[in-house]
Write a new protein. Structure first.
Length: 255
């Protein structure tokens, strides 16, 4: 091999080396761009098998995005990356499944849905109440009926005696179980409201009775409620354990 040939080989190898460096530089030396894929599907009404418009489709996880079903219940999202959780959302509807996890392109990310009656709510809220309190049950689903029980059993919409028609009067510790139903819709979940009676301490009684008296008198204070403590003040302020005096003996009142 002649000297000139060796020089040409050397220059050729050098050019190839520089060319490879240029290619590496163009690649940025970093990780390759993640591949993307597209997702689509349909949301249908279980009862009618028709598409449901206006369902919000939420994508979370390796990619964040949203879509809304069209008038036919169809939706699509392009440029998805990584593994995502697809969750449909629309007020008043329950979806099956509640969500789907996807990691590659698919045109069949489908959901079915049924409408469900809004669960009953109670007013006043569960907890301690005075005897005679009236509890009102309501549901936000127009035209729905509420069925309830007081014996701990689940309500039965086939039992007309359990139909709610007027407030429930609480005279003892009571647990209300209630559900709301409407034809053509899924019954609401059964909800429980527990109430307990709070005994109201009777107001203190004074002897002698309040009014005009001459001279110095001793005022006795009692409560009809057995075991009740009496706290008092004589300066016009509101009595309380933190700011009053515990009544033990009659209070001397000067004219």
């Amino acid at each position: 091999m002649g000297k000139e040939t060796m020089i040409r080989h050397y220059l050729l190898l050098k050019c190839l080396f520089i060319f490879c460096l240029i290619l590496a530089g163009c690649g940025g030396g970093g990780s390759p761009e993640p591949s993307t894929y597209n997702l689509s599907g349909r949301v249908t009404n279980v009862e009618t098998q028709e598409g449901i418009p206006g369902v919000n489709i939420l994508l979370t996880g390796g990619f964040t995005g949203t879509a809304t079903t069209n008038e036919n219940g169809d939706w699509s999202v392009i440029g998805v990356t990584g593994t995502v959780t697809v969750t449909p959302q629309k007020e008043g509807w329950e979806f099956d499944p509640e969500f789907r996890t996807v990691s590659k392109a698919s045109s069949n990310v489908n959901f079915s849905a049924t409408t469900r009656v809004a669960a009953p709510t109670a007013k006043p809220a569960p907890g301690g109440v005075a005897a005679g309190t009236e509890v009102t049950l309501t549901t936000t689903t127009a035209g729905a009926f509420i069925y309830y029980t007081l014996d701990g059993n689940n309500p039965d919409k086939e039992d007309s005696n359990q139909l709610y028609q007027s407030p429930v009067v609480i005279n003892e510790d009571t647990t209300i179980k209630a559900t709301a139903v409407k034809e053509g819709m899924t019954d609401s979940e059964i909800v429980t409201f527990a109430y307990n009676i709070i005994i109201q301490v009777a107001a203190p009684e004074f002897s002698p009775a309040p009014g005009s008296h001459s001279g110095e008198i001793e005022v006795s204070v009692t409560s009809p409620t057995e075991g009740a403590e009496i706290w008092y003040t004589i300066d016009g302020s509101t009595p309380a354990p933190a700011s009053g005096e515990l009544y033990v003996t009659p209070i001397t009142v000067a004219e």
